[in-house]
Write a protein that binds this ligand. Structure first.
Ligand code: KG4
Ligand code: ZN
Length: 346
């Protein structure tokens, strides 16, 4: 029996999970509310909150799974990428446990773990599969040849899809993280009301910074133009009123454009590779519009589609645990000298 304890602390979620032979027994997530008032994650506050949370979160994950520390086969942790101070908390904790219990240590790449969250449910994709990973920091199309072999086929050249959601929300005066709120308002709006441009980016890469600029100009002109024209500048009061009166339609229209940018590239990737087993992953795959459009596209092109359940889309240790399990099977262990890293090559 292989029993893995996994720890995720790359950003603003402290999470621990226990997995036994590839089955997740517990997945405890402590979300840090402290950042809401700042409109984004404050790294120093995140590290402190991880230090406060890590012991109770790990204890709860073990308790929920009904597992004693002495039953653990290995401890896995998120090594990269992420906020360095946050990663250090999880890494040091995992190393200490590995040393104290004399069990192997497994270093996990956060983005690979997002992809492998698709191996958690009973019905899993078969290899090779494609995965569109959309999170607050990344937007990638990954070719997954096996649980330990992955290749990035395309990625964003500027903002991530989650950032596009969060920055749009900020322009609309909504609190951080704005993605879930845009999702909520979009469900009540008309997605065809406002037309935002789709960037022409080569290959399988993405860009979202142009969209952000066009939204900014659109709001500054209170909806009369997507182009920045000084003479059309609306007053702040006019902008606020325009947003208040059209919030649902703006959210629906922006969300529709973000989704079409993502799915058009995914369609291209499937055509180029001939692969029809296709997964979603990452925090933005919690978006209800994206889930629906992805499923519909799958039906149209005869794909077999997979989306992790909500709790395994946003940052969680369950995905670190399943990745740790596959690394255990592949004998891929880390030494105690392994260091966390803010950026990480694949
Ligand atoms: O994967 P994740 O939890 O953290 C990172 O590794 O970045 O993704 C967080 C991102 C945030 O940008 C958040 O706004 C976005 O996922 N997000 C959503 C939704 N839920 C989370 N974006 C759009 N619609 C949602 N329902
Ligand atoms: Zn993530």
């Amino acid at each position: 029996m292989i029993t893995i304890l996994a720890i995720e602390s790359s950003c603003d979620e402290t999470s621990a999970s226990v997995c036994r032979d590839g089955v997740i027994l517990s997945n405890v997530i402590a979300t840090q509310a402290v950042h809401e008032q700042y409109g984004g994650v404050v790294p120093e506050l995140a590290s402190r909150a991880h230090m406060q949370n890590i012991v109770p979160v790990v204890d709860e994950a073990l308790k929920k799974a009904g597992i004693e520390k002495t039953e653990l086969s290995a401890v896995a942790f998120t090594q990269a990428p992420g906020l360095i101070g946050s990663l250090l908390v999880g890494a040091q904790f995992a190393k200490s446990l590995s040393l104290a219990l004399d069990i192997p240590l497994i270093a996990v790449h956060h983005m690979q773990a997002h992809v492998l969250a698709n191996l958690i449910p009973e019905e899993k994709p078969s290899f090779p599969f494609l995965c569109l990973t959309v999170s607050g920091g990344h937007t990638q199309i990954v070719l997954c040849e096996s649980a330990t072999q992955m290749k990035v086929l395309g990625e964003t050249i500027d903002d991530a899809a989650g950032e596009a959601f969060d920055k749009t929300a900020k322009l609309l005066g909504l609190p951080y993280p704005g993605g879930p709120l845009i999702d909520k308002y979009a469900q009540l709006g008309n997605p065809d009301r406002f037309k935002f441009p789709e960037p022409q980016i080569p290959e399988l890469n993405f860009s979202f910074s142009g969209l952000k600029t066009s939204i900014l100009y659109f709001l500054r002109n209170a909806g009369t133009s997507l182009v920045y024209k000084e003479e059309f500048l609306a007053s702040e009061e006019q902008q606020r009123q325009f947003i208040a009166e059209n919030l649902n339609d703006i959210c629906a229209s922006v969300q529709q454009r973000i989704i079409s940018i993502l799915l058009n590239k995914l369609k291209k990737a499937s055509q180029q590779t001939g692969i029809k087993q296709i997964c979603l992953a990452g925090g933005v795959s919690a978006n209800s519009g994206l889930r629906k459009a992805f499923t519909e596209m799958g039906e149209k092109y005869h794909w077999k589609t997979f989306i992790p359940s909500f709790e395994y889309c946003t940052d969680n240790a369950g995905m670190i645990a399943i990745t740790g399990y596959h690394k255990f099977l592949a004998n891929d262990f880390a030494s105690l000298s392994v260091q966390p890293s803010a950026r990480a090559e694949w």
